[in-house]
Design a protein around this ligand. Structure first.
Ligand code: URA
Length: 433
C-alpha cells in the first residue's frame, strides 16, 4: 500500500477502508509515514469528512497505537466524564465527589493544562500537600476504599493521537468533527472506563461555536463509544460565557467547594448535577435520571458530597483544613477591580478572552515549562443579562502584579454591553444518547 494513494482517495471524497486507516496510523506512529503526508491526509479529511464507521475505525486504530489501562481490579461499574473544554469549568471537583457519594467508583486520570488555566491536577495542587503521584496499586486501592481517586495520566495512551494533535495544531486542521471525535474518544477508550459521559460545550468559548456543529460532534462521539462497547451519553452545554464566577486554580477549587458545601452557584451546580446524574444512571446506581438527580441534590445539601471530597483530599496527602476554611487557599497580592465604562446590560462575555486574561496573570501556561501561580485568577462580578451602571465592578483580578495591563485590556475586550437586556443563555441544550 502507498500513502499517496490513501491521500488521493480521501482527497477525491471516497471512504477509506479499515486496512488503509490502520496502515496510516501504524506507519505514522512508527515514524515511517512523514508529517507532510499525514498533514495532507488531515487536510483531505478536514474538507471531505469521514463516515461514522470510518471515524470509529480511526479511533480504534489510535487506541491500539499504545497502551490501554486495565481498571478491572476496581470493583463496580466505572464511569468517566470528559469535557470538551471551557473557561471556568470546574465541574470535575463537584461531579467526582457527587458520584462517589452514592458508591459509584470514580477513577479519574487527569492532565496538566496548557492554556488558559491549569488542568485538573494543577488546580488540585492549590490544596497544600495534595499529590497525584501514586503506584497503580495505590490508585486502585484508593478507589476501592474511598470510591474516588485522581491520578496523573501515565503510560503511553493513544500516542498516534498525541502526534496527530500536535500536527493538526500547526496545520489548521483541529476543528474537524471526525478528527476531534476520534482524538477525544481514543484517549477516553484507552483509559478503561466502562461508560462515558461527555460534556460537549457550545458557543463563543468552545471549539464548536454553533449548536448544530456541537450536536454533530456529540453524536459522532456517542456513536463511537457505543460502537466500541462503552455506553456513552453527551450533554451539550453552554460556553458563551465562563461557567460560574471564578477562573484560575485556587479560585476554581474555592468555588467548587462552595457548591459542595451547599451554595447555589446556579450554572455550576445545575451542570454538575446533570452530569453526575447521567453517570450514576449509566453505572446502574439508579433506574432513572430523576431519582438520581433527587438523591444527588440531597447529597449536595446534606454534606455527603463534600465529605467525599474531604476524603479524597486526605487520602492524597492534602491539608483538609484548607478546604474547610477556604481563606487558607493561596491568595494573590493585589485585588484589582475592572469597572464598566458605561451603563447598560452585559450582552456577551467572551470566555476565551477571560481565559487569556487569566493566563496573563499567571494562572495558566503559555508553554509546557511555565510555572503555574495558584493564587492568581479572576472573579466575575457580572454575567450575561446583568444590568450595570458606569463605574460598577465587572471583574476583580487577583494578581501578583500591581498593574496587570494586558489582563485589563483582555477583560475590556471580553465584555460587551448593550442598551437593552438580552435573554440569558440556556445552560443545557440537549442530551444525546
Ligand atoms: N481535545 C482533544 O483532545 N482533541 C481534539 O482534537 C480537540 C480537543
Amino acid at each position: 500500500m502507498r500513502m499517496v494513494d490513501v491521500i488521493q482517495k480521501k482527497r477525491n471524497g471516497n471512504e477509506l477502508t479499515k486496512e488503509e486507516i490502520n496502515f496510516f496510523i501504524e506507519g505514522y506512529t512508527k515514524g515511517e509515514i512523514p508529517d507532510y503526508q499525514a498533514s495532507a491526509l488531515m487536510m483531505a479529511i478536514y474538507f471531505n469528512g469521514m463516515k461514522s464507521n470510518e471515524t470509529a475505525t480511526l479511533t480504534q486504530a489510535m487506541v491500539e497505537s499504545g497502551e490501554t489501562i486495565d481498571l478491572t481490579a476496581i470493583e463496580g461499574h466505572k464511569v468517566d466524564k470528559h469535557s470538551t473544554g471551557g473557561v471556568g469549568d470546574k465541574t470535575t471537583f463537584i461531579v467526582g465527589p457527587l458520584v462517589a457519594s452514592v458508591g459509584v467508583p470514580v477513577a479519574k486520570m487527569s492532565g496538566r493544562g496548557l492554556g488558559h488555566t491549569g488542568g485538573t491536577l494543577d488546580k488540585l495542587e492549590s490544596i497544600k500537600g495534595f499529590h497525584i503521584e501514586m503506584t497503580k496499586e495505590e490508585f486502585v486501592n484508593n478507589v476501592n476504599t474511598h470510591k474516588l481517586s485522581v491520578a496523573g495520566q501515565t503510560g503511553n495512551l493513544a500516542p498516534a493521537d498525541k502526534k496527530l494533535y500536535a500536527l493538526r495544531d500547526v496545520t489548521a486542521t483541529v476543528d474537524s468533527i471526525p478528527l476531534i471525535a476520534g482524538s477525544i474518544m481514543s484517549k477516553k477508550l484507552a483509559s478503561g472506563a466502562d461508560s462515558i459521559v461527555l460534556d460537549v460545550k457550545t458557543g463563543s468559548g468552545a471549539f464548536m461555536k454553533k449548536l448544530e456543529d456541537s450536536e454533530s460532534l456529540a453524536r459522532e462521539m456517542v456513536n463511537i463509544g457505543n460502537n466500541l462497547g462503552r455506553n456513552t451519553v453527551a450533554v451539550i452545554s453552554d460556553m458563551n460565557q465562563p461557567l460560574g464566577f471564578e477562573v484560575g486554580n485556587a479560585n476554581e477549587v474555592r468555588e467548587a467547594c462552595q457548591v459542595l458545601q451547599g451554595e447555589n452557584i446556579e450554572d455550576l451546580r445545575l451542570l454538575s448535577l446533570e452530569l453526575a446524574s447521567h453517570m450514576t444512571v449509566l453505572a446502574g446506581a439508579f433506574d432513572d435520571f430523576d431519582s438520581a438527580y433527587k438523591t444527588l441534590e440531597q447529597n449536595l445539601q446534606n454534606g455527603k458530597a463534600f465529605e467525599s471530597f474531604r476524603t479524597l483530599v486526605k487520602a492524597q496527602g492534602g491539608d483538609v483544613s484548607v478546604i474547610d476554611d477556604l481563606t487558607k487557599l493561596p491568595q494573590s497580592k493585589y485585588h484589582i477591580e475592572v469597572t464598566a465604562e458605561q451603563d447598560g446590560y452585559v450582552s456577551e462575555i467572551d470566555a476565551e478572552s477571560i481565559g487569556v486574561a487569566a493566563m496573563y496573570l499567571g494562572a495558566g501556561r503559555a508553554t509546557k515549562d511555565d510555572q503555574i501561580n495558584h493564587g492568581v485568577g479572576i472573579t466575575l462580578k457580572k454575567k450575561v443579562g446583568d444590568q450595570v451602571t458606569k463605574g460598577e465592578v465587572l471583574v476583580v483580578l487577583h494578581s501578583d502584579d500591581e498593574e496587570p495591563t494586558n489582563s485589563i485590556e483582555k477583560i475590556n475586550e471580553a465584555y460587551s454591553l448593550s442598551k437593552e437586556a438580552r435573554e440569558k443563555h440556556q445552560l443545557i441544550y440537549k442530551v444525546i444518547n
